[in-house]
Design a protein around this ligand. Structure first.
Ligand code: FAD
Length: 448
């Protein structure tokens, strides 16, 4: 069978890996819109978390399999349509992530000085479309809306000593902008309370221990919570206990001051603000820029629900293409039956990763989800839902379509040349790599 995957992030690679491992005859082609692979592992994961990026080694093994091919620089939906892919392959797995920003829907959110987390993260990680973001870091206080790991990633990047960031693969231009940054205080604001924060303990601990930076948590926010989490699941209990401990501890001023002196900068601070919902971005007198955010205080109501406590807003959100696969309507949750049934007409079309579940969960979650989708493909091959008696041309058919549209794909060995060039550029500066942020430059480098 000839199969293809759209998107080369964790979902695309894990789906391909599982199919190749469990079907000795299958061939999988991976299409990616950027010249370079790995999706959010390259463009989302924080530069100071290199260990998370080790999954790239596994993806590289998959891409080097003789039954797998990578075609970068091909935007599905523009350069080739899904219908054309479905004619060329026995099955198509959509794994193109969840790129849209959520909008707050409040006045002023489009003002200069307000940035989506996605764009900000893309900027410091060298995502081509965000390379020119040039965030204004001339103010002393930054507000981050959200209490998840991405919010902590951004706070950490804003407050980290430069000497630490210099050793990472953060882009040179962001490093230069951060060197001039005046930001010395970061507030992370959430609509819910301390028991609902979505970040994890590892990221919180990292923030608490950030050299030259002190946490500012209000002990009153945590009153009575020690008891409330007594019987909570262990991760929630430990996370809450760490916040309480941090809030009650007198900041070790000396240590912070010493560390700050070492880096020659005034001490920086960060804190968590709870139960605040943004209502409006306030503007400067000339109306041109953001100068603050007006917040409404929110109230949490706790309701008894089937033996457990349910907090408002908590729960699972199926946001985009939330079907497990086209033919599994009975196996998906009821709210998505309509969509799943629509897809029933599309045997041979699957989805995995964030495009299926929405932007939630870490790489391991995405891996499990992708193995699940791949398993569905394998089952459908086995029971004959996918008709493989008719041969499909695979990339042969797509290649002529792309050629007729003037699109030249980038192969995995092309990527390896870009990779080698980035590593060489980084070496000179003592960094693991210096990312090339201009796709045109990438293409020139490989002779396109
Ligand atoms: P993506 O990684 O987004 O991959 C989708 C791919 O599809 C991209 O390469 C994209 O370019 C491509 N694509 C999009 N449209 C098209 C198209 N039309 N044609 C062809 N290709 C297309 N998880 C962790 O475990 N640890 C972390 O430290 C961590 N940090 C994170 C930090 C941030 C800022 C974010 C946003 C997420 C982080 N995650 C982390 C979560 C992790 O990145 C996701 O679980 C995972 O990347 C989702 O995989 P995916 O393949 O579904 O999507």
């Amino acid at each position: 069978p000839r199969l293809c995957v759209v998107g080369s992030g964790p979902a695309g690679f894990y789906t391909a890996q599982h199919i190749l491992k469990h079907h000795g005859g299958a061939r999988v082609d991976i299409y990616e819109k950027l010249p370079v692979p790995f999706g959010l592992v390259r463009f989302g994961v924080a530069p100071d978390h290199p260990e998370v990026k080790n999954v790239i080694n596994t993806f590289t093994q998959t891409a080097r399999s003789e039954r797998c091919a990578y075609y970068g620089n091909v935007t599905v939906g523009r350069d080739v349509t899904v219908t054309e892919l479905r004619q060329a392959y026995h099955a198509v797995v959509l794994s193109y992530g969840a790129e849209d920003n959520r909008v707050l829907g409040i006045p002023g959110e489009n003002l200069p000085g307000v940035y989506s987390a996605r764009a900000f993260v893309g900027w410091y990680n060298g995502l081509p479309e965000n390379r020119d973001l040039k965030p204004d870091l001339s103010c002393e206080t930054a507000v981050i809306l959200g209490h998840g790991n991405v919010a902590l990633d951004i706070a950490r990047i804003l407050l980290s000593p430069l000497r630490l960031l210099r050793k990472t693969d953060i882009t040179d231009s962001s490093l230069a902008a951060l060197a001039c940054s005046k930001v010395k205080r970061v507030w992370l604001v959430g609509r819910r309370g301390p028991l609902q924060v979505a970040f994890t303990i590892k990221e919180l601990r990292e923030m608490i221990n950030l050299p030259g930076t002190r946490p500012v948590l209000n002990p009153a926010d945590f009153t009575g919570l020690e008891n409330a989490v007594k019987d909570a699941p262990r991760p929630r209990k430990r996370l809450t206990e760490l916040m309480i401990k941090t809030a009650l501890e007198k900041p070790a001023e000396k240590t912070v001051a010493q560390a700050a002196a070492m880096q020659g900068a005034p001490p920086r601070e960060w804190g968590l603000k709870f139960q605040r919902s943004p209502q409006e971005v306030l503007t400067t007198a000339d109306g041109r820029r953001a100068r603050g955010v007006r917040m409404a205080l929110t109230r949490l109501e706790v309701r008894a629900h089937g033996g457990g406590l349910v907090w408002p807003w908590q729960g699972w959100g199926w946001s985009r293409m939330p079907c497990r696969r086209g033919l599994a309507a009975r196996r998906v949750r009821s709210p998505v039956l309509v969509q799943a049934r629509l897809l029933c007409a599309c045997a041979g079309l699957y989805c995995s990763g964030w495009v299926k579940r929405g932007p939630t969960g870490v790489i391991i979650t995405t891996m499990n989800d992708s193995f699940d989708t791949a398993q569905s493909v394998l089952e459908d091959l086995q029971v004959g839902v996918l008709d493989v008696t008719a041969s499909r041309e695979g990339f042969g058919a797509v290649e002529s379509i792309l050629r007729s549209r003037g699109v030249r794909p980038v192969s995995f060995s092309d990527w390896e040349k870009i990779d080698a060039a980035e590593v060489a550029r980084g070496k000179a500066a003592g960094k693991p790599r210096e990312k090339i942020v201009d796709p045109e430059e990438m293409l020139r480098l490989i002779g396109h």
